[in-house]
Design a protein around this ligand. Sequence first.
Ligand code: GLP
Length: 259
Amino acid sequence: MEIVVCKTKEEASRKAAAMITAAVQKNPRTVLGLATGSTPVLMYTEMAKAVKAKKVSYKQVKSWNLDEYVGLAGTHDQSYRYFMNKNLFEKIDIKISNTHVLNGLAKDFAKECASYEAAIKKAGGIDIQVLGIGSDGHIAFNEPGTSLSSRTSVVYLTPSTIKDNARLFFKGKEAEVPTRALSMGVGTICEAKKIILLAFGKGKADAVKGMVEGGVSQFCTASALQLHKDAWVFCDEEAASKLKLKKYYAWRSETILGA
Ligand code: GLP
């Protein structure tokens, strides 16, 4: 796991976006795994800037998103489909038919999840998976207590995640937040060839500490990334503040990126 410690979230977002831009320039048919939440928004803006500047094209890129709330249509302003359209897909030249988000209104969730996994496999697997991290260390919606080999399925949100995410719902009401979601599993996520996780702010410091320096445990599902051979964590100073070896990680990753 490489930890890139940046002064600001802007710098971290630029660096992460540059990694994705370079990968798509190299392979225009890159398969991306994408994430929602407030954290990747700046990175998506940077990716869009590169498209506008004609440095890169997403015309042949395919994408699969991590998760979606159960019960929300893609047109609902808090659905993750809506989020992706607004924050990335409408700003780059990707074909909307090449973008995939789990259907939270599917009649048969098991079937929806199985065909999602099959489609990813058919596309050759995910080349780069983007992730945020929940304040309890979750990735996608894989809450504490989820098996580290879980596959895409219906999952149940913890009260703490419902509280964290309520700020984005109608009048910030927790009762408005769906209690279930469809989510790629930890096992599914870890099959991506490369992983880019973003974490900003002091509210993520404990989660980052658990992910990087805690034991590999289903109590912090992000810790499964310790077993991944090409996982990159882009964080700001605040999110990295509780890491014991912060300076060493920063020096090492700078050396690798600069080489
Ligand atoms: C949700 C999403 C996660 C995301 C997390 C953090 O729970 N399912 O994928 O990482 O929120 O969101 P934020 O970036 O807004 O802190």
